[in-house]
Design a protein around this ligand. Structure first.
Ligand SMILES: Cc1ncc(COP(=O)(O)O)c(C=O)c1O
Length: 384
């Protein structure tokens, strides 16, 4: 048993969140414990005291040390792992590594992240690349349905498969290992967009062996905003470049990606403090506790809303986030409902859209208590 209780005053005090708000949206931007922010502040002060020493002379070696720690955490080789500001940058670098031709296709789940779909739209405008959706049914029962959806979408013109490891609007864990194996068997490169995955799931990039894996550390590792990684398979290391070119061009992944002009690297340098914190709480205990909150919460919500649960009740399908269908709402109402629920009831929870339906997506983190989901479910019974 862990020596803490989720949502206890001591745990709530670890974060600086507004105590008058039921914050059920860790998924969007994470939330960073005060002690980790204090480490970042100390790093900033150190940087500002000796700027040249810090940024020009010490930074590469200090990032190498952080890289070794994160590579061990994600189980991948350190030379292929680079820091990026967020998963969006990681995805763009993977897209830019390919020499696109008109008529090339990219397979991406219909549950895929909206901003990535916009990046693919830009490829369409620039090169005539087509997006082909893998239509993953939701509600869903079996992992094979996901694999079948991708298998049906991959064709002779497919140049890239993108797998959202955890989908954004529907909070579904996709069977990444099976999907990477499928893409490999068809001879197509695969990018895993693991924006939510580090910290949320035990990860072994070495076992997965995608062409690219990107993931945020500012979500479920609780590092400061701007901490994310991109892992690049050896076959791509000479061809993958950051969106912005600077001194490191041609010198290898770390020099290229980790200096794209003057910036504040303290979010990356504070990652070990965030990992220390998570490990002190107990990684598996945190995962189980957060999942438990959401497991209870989604059952209550589905009951209150009179809707069916969209996937089996197993940690293969979801972790500390879950989406429940809101039958009385239209898909386009999401942002308005999210803002109104916050203004009227001080609950921060996103209403998301998928396939012309509206969902409420709850998250669970150590600062949350079971009563917060009860309150949300009771409210949504009648609130419009
Ligand atoms: C699947 C997926 N990809 C990419 C992103 C983008 O993450 P970021 O805004 O940190 O770049 C998100 C954000 O939630 C996401 O859910």
């Amino acid at each position: 048993m862990q020596p803490w209780t989720t949502g206890s005053p001591a745990l709530v005090a670890e974060w600086g969140l507004d105590p008058t708000v039921d914050y059920l949206n860790h998924g969007s931007f994470g939330a960073t414990p005060r002690t980790v922010l204090a480490v970042q502040t100390a790093l900033r002060e150190e940087m500002e005291r000796e700027l040249i020493l810090f940024l020009a002379r010490q930074l590469p070696a200090r990032l190498d040390a952080v890289r070794a720690r994160v590579a061990a955490f994600l189980d991948c080789d350190a030379p292929g792992l680079v820091f990026v500001p967020n998963a969006t940058h990681g995805v763009q670098a993977a897209l830019d590594a390919i020499d696109w031709l008109p008529g090339d296709e990219v397979v991406h789940a219909d549950h895929g992240y909206g901003a990535v779909k916009r990046a693919l739209l830009r490829l369409e405008h620039r090169f005539g690349v087509r997006q082909v959706p893998a239509v993953v049914p939701f509600p869903i029962e079996r992992a094979e349905q996901v694999v079948e959806a991708f298998a049906a979408a991959i064709g002779p013109r497919t140049r890239l498969v993108i797998v959202d490891h955890i989908t954004s609007a529907t909070a579904l864990i996709l069977p990444a290992a099976e999907l990477v194996a499928l893409a490999r068997a068809r001879g197509v490169p695969v990018l895993v967009d693991g924006a939510h995955a580090p910290g949320l799931l035990p990860l072994s990039i070495a076992s997965l062996v995608p062409d690219f894996y990107t993931g945020n550390l500012h979500k479920w590792v609780c590092a400061p905003k701007g901490a994310a990684v991109l892992w690049i398979h050896p076959d791509w290391r000479r061809r993958a470049h950051p969106t912005v070119t600077s001194h490191g061009y041609g010198l290898g992944p770390a020099p290229e990606f980790e200096w794209t002009g003057t910036f504040d690297p303290t979010a990356w340098l504070a990652v070990p403090a965030a990992l220390d914190k998570l490990e002190a709480f107990g990684l598996e205990a945190v995962r189980a506790s957060n999942h438990g909150l959401v497991q209870e919460g989604r059952a209550r919500l589905a009951h209150a809303l009179g809707t069916e649960l969209p996937h089996p009740d197993s940690r293969d399908w979801y972790g500390p986030m879950a989406a429940v269908h809101v039958p009385w709402a239209q898909a386009g109402q999401g942002p308005e409902l999210t803002a109104r629920l916050y203004e009227e009831h001080r609950i921060e929870v996103p209403f998301t859209a998928y396939d012309s339906r509206c969902f409420v997506r709850i998250s669970g983190q150590l600062y949350n208590r079971p009563e917060q989901y009860v309150r949300l479910a009771d409210l949504l019974r009648t609130w419009r």
